[in-house]
Design a protein. Structure first.
Ligand code: NAD
Ligand code: WQD
Length: 334
C-alpha cells in the first residue's frame, strides 16, 4: 500500500514515516519545508534502512500535488501551520494554508480517485471544557484562529463524506504530542523560541535558555499550574497506522489520541529533571492569555474503534526528549 503524506518531513510526519516504513508501507512525502528540511527525511531513512519518495511542494500547488500523489492508495494529511499565537496575528495565512490547502488536497485526491484520508486535527477544536475528560462528543468551540481552521476542515470533511460515503475519512484529534524517537535521530525541532512547554524545558536543561516561565500557578489544579494530556510521539505515530488499518469502516469519525492522564507544568519540570539529571530553573510568570486550566482526553473510543491506546509513560516522554536534545543541541543543523 502506498501512502501520500503531506507535511511528512515535520515533527509528527517523520515519526509517522518511521512507523509506516517499518510496517512495510511505501511512502510519498510531500512537504514545502516551511518548517522542516531534507535532513529530517535522511534521518528517517537512516533509522529504518528504507527509502521513500520525497517531493518538495506546497499543498496549495494543486497541479504539482496531483502529479505527486498519482498511484497512491491513501493520504495522511499533516501539512499545516500550528502556532496558536501566530494564528491570532496572521489569521489569513492560517486559513490559506490550513483550509485552502486542504481544499486543494481534497480536489487532487478526488481527481486521482483516492478516497482514504487520515486528517490531523487537534484537541484545540474543543475549546474551554464544559466537562472533562473530553470525549469526541464534547461541543466544538475553538478559541483561536488555528483551532478554527481545524474545525472548518473537520466540517468540510463531514460534508464531503455526506455527499459521497465511499470516502473513508478518519479525523484524529491529537492532545499534546511530546517526546522523540528513541534513536535520538528525529524529534521536535522548533525554529526560534519554542512555543510549547516540552521543547522549552529541553532547551533550558541543555543551557540554551536560562529558565522556564511557568505561565500561572493560580489555576484550580492540583498544584496551581496548567494540566495537559501529553502523549509520546511514537504512540501518536502508531495511532495513524491503526487508523489507516481500521479504515474499512466507512465513517467520517473523529478520534481522540491522548492518554487520558493529565500532568501539570510542575509535574513535567520534575519528571524532566529526573530524566535528564539537570536542573530546570523556573520562575512563576503571569498566565498566558487564552490558556485553559486543565484538559485531557477520554481515549476509550480509540481503544474500541481502532484498537489503539498509548503505552509510553511520562518518564519515556522526558527521557526521549532529552536524548534528542542532548544529541542535537542545535536541532537538525549540522
Ligand atoms: P510541523 O510544523 O513539524 O510539521 C508540519 C509540516 O508541514 C512541516 O514539515 C512543514 O514544512 C509542512 N507544511 C506546512 N505548510 C505546508 C504547505 N502549505 N505545503 C506543504 N507542506 C507544508 O508540525 P507537526 O507538529 O508535525 O504537526 C503536523 C500536523 O498536526 C499539523 O497539521 C498540526 O496542526 C497538527 N497538530 C499538531 C499538534 C502538535 O502539538 N504538534 C497538535 C495537534 C495537531
Ligand atoms: C502546555 C502547558 C502552558 C510554555 C498547544 C496548542 C494546541 C496543540 C498543542 C496543535 C500550558 C504551559 C507552556 C511555557 C508554560 N497544538 N507553559 N511555559 O497550549 O496545551 O497546546 O500545543 O494543535 O493546539 O494550543 O501546549 O505546550 O504550549 O502548553 O508554563 O514556556 O505549559 O501554560 O499550561 P498547549 P503548550
Amino acid at each position: 500500500m502506498k501512502i501520500f503524506i503531506t507535511g511528512g518531513a515535520g515533527y509528527i510526519g517523520t515519526h509517522t514515516c518511521v512507523e509506516l516504513l517499518q510496517k512495510g508501507y511505501d511512502l510519498v512525502v510531500y512537504d514545502n519545508f516551511s518548517n522542516s528540511s531534507a535532513e529530517a527525511i535522511r534521518r528517517v531513512e537512516s533509522i529504518t534502512g528504507k527509502t521513500l519518495t520525497l517531493i518538495i511542494g506546497d499543498i496549495r500547488d494543486e497541479d504539482t500535488m496531483m502529479a505527486a500523489m498519482e498511484g497512491c492508495d491513501a493520504v495522511i494529511h499533516l501539512a499545516g501551520l500550528k502556532a496558536v499565537g501566530e494564528s491570532v496575528e496572521k489569521p489569513l495565512d492560517y486559513y490559506d494554508n490550513n483550509v485552502h490547502g486542504t481544499l486543494c488536497l481534497l480536489r487532487a485526491m478526488k481527481i486521482n480517485n483516492i478516497k482514504t484520508l487520515v486528517f490531523s486535527s487537534s484537541a484545540t477544536v474543543y475549546g474551554n471544557p464544559i466537562e472533562l475528560p473530553f470525549t469526541e462528543r464534547h461541543p466544538l468551540q475553538p478559541t483561536n484562529p488555528y483551532g478554527q481552521t481545524k474545525l472548518v476542515v473537520e466540517e468540510i470533511l463531514r460534508d464531503l463524506y455526506r455527499s459521497d460515503n465511499s470516502w473513508k475519512i478518519i479525523i484524529l484529534r491529537y492532545f499534546n504530542p511530546v517526546g522523540a524517537h528513541p534513536s535520538g535521530l528525529i524529534g521536535e525541532n522548533p525554529q526560534g523560541i519554542p512555543n510549547n512547554l516540552m521543547p522549552y524545558i529541553a532547551q533550558v536543561a541543555i543551557g540554551r535558555r536560562e529558565f522556564l516561565n511557568v505561565f500561572g500557578n493560580d489555576y484550580p489544579t492540583h498544584d496551581g499550574t496548567g494540566v495537559r494530556d501529553y502523549i509520546h510521539i511514537v504512540d501518536l505515530a502508531q495511532g495513524h497506522i491503526k487508523a489507516l488499518e481500521a479504515l474499512e469502516l466507512p465513517q467520517c469519525t473523529p478520534i481522540n489520541l491522548g492518554t487520558g492522564q493529565g500532568y501539570s507544568v510542575l509535574d513535567i519540570v520534575k519528571a524532566f529533571s529526573n530524566a535528564s539529571r539537570k536542573e530546570v530553573p523556573y520562575i512563576i510568570a503571569p498566565r498566558r492569555p487564552g490558556d485553559i486550566a486543565e484538559f485531557y482526553a477520554d481515549p476509550s473510543f480509540a481503544q474500541e474503534f481502532i484498537q489503539w491506546s498509548a503505552s509510553k509513560s511520562l518518564e519515556d516522554m522526558c527521557r526521549d526528549t532529552w536524548n534528542f536534545q542532548f544529541k542535537n543541541p542545535d536541532g537538525y543543523r549540522l
